[in-house]
Design a protein around this ligand. Structure first.
Ligand code: 5GP
Ligand code: ZN
Length: 114
């Protein structure tokens, strides 16, 4: 997608702090972290949001959630707890229209973060 900031980050046209990459997912640090650990797990396939996910993407969704679990453990937030969030649409607070999951942790998160 030509005007998608996350597609540009995936293509390395825009720099980011990459913490993990495979053929399906790019994981970067959020540029405006809301917690000590704030990762963005971005599908390499341009999908606008969870609303646009298709049955063919079922394996990708499983992969990305297992990756969230793995990275939360590696970043040391699994023991005390963390949050995995995907915002969807206008009232869901979605700013970037390319599917991504936030992994937040490292402090008590309360009920309104992300
Ligand atoms: P959303 O509201 O769409 O779920 O969240 C988008 C997230 O992407 C925000 O937390 C925002 O800080 C992050 N973000 C937006 N632009 C960039 C960028 O260019 N680089 C990085 N690393 N994060 C970004
Ligand atoms: Zn995109």
């Amino acid at each position: 997608m030509a005007d998608c900031i996350f597609c540009k980050i995936i293509d390395k046209e825009i720099p980011s702090e990459v913490v993990f990459e495979d053929d399906q997912v790019l994981v970067i640090k959020d540029i405006n972290p809301l917690a000590p650990v704030h990762l963005l797990l971005i599908t390499k396939k341009h999908i606008a949001s969870l609303e646009e996910v298709l049955p063919v993407d079922e394996g990708l969704m499983g992969h990305i959630l297992m990756l969230a679990q793995k990275l939360a453990r590696e970043f040391g937030v699994a023991e005390l707890g963390y949050r995995v969030v995907t915002n969807i649409g206008e009232e869901g607070g979605q700013a970037v229209q390319h599917l991504h999951f936030h992994v937040l942790g490292g402090k008590p998160l309360g009920v309104n973060i992300a």
